[in-house]
Design a protein around this ligand. Structure first.
Ligand code: 5GP
Ligand code: ZN
Length: 104
């Protein structure tokens, strides 16, 4: 999506160091961290919100969660939050699905 900031980060037309990447998703630091660790785990596929995801995309959503778990283990986080904000009223500001990994 040409106007999507996360698509631009994935394509690295906006440079942002990727902490993790695989064939389905990437992870990078949130620009306004809410805790010592605050990463965004973002699918390469542009889907605006969790509410827009269809059945075929269910494994992709699961992949984001297990990637969050792996990154948390890699970073030695003993406890953490994995959070999707869904829709404007749900606090979502960037309309490309992303999973927040927040912890310390
Ligand atoms: P949302 O509120 O949509 O769930 O979360 C969007 C997150 O993206 C926010 O926590 C915000 O700080 C982060 N963010 C917005 N623009 C950028 C950016 O250009 N780069 C990075 N790394 N994070 C961003
Ligand atoms: Zn996008």
């Amino acid at each position: 999506m040409p106007d999507c900031i996360f698509c631009k980060i994935i394509a690295q037309t906006i440079p942002s160091p990727l902490i993790y990447e695989d064939e389905k998703c990437v992870a990078f630091a949130d620009i306004h961290p809410k805790d010592k660790t605050h990463l965004l785990i973002v699918p390469r596929e542009h889907i605006p919100t969790v509410a827009d995801a269809n059945g075929e995309q269910e494994p992709l959503l699961g992949h984001l969660i297990t990637t969050g778990k792996k990154l948390a283990q890699m970073l030695n986080l003993s406890g953490y939050k994995l959070q999707f904000n869904v829709g404007k009223e749900g606090g979502q500001e960037v309309f490309h699905i992303h999973l927040h990994l927040i912890g310390h």
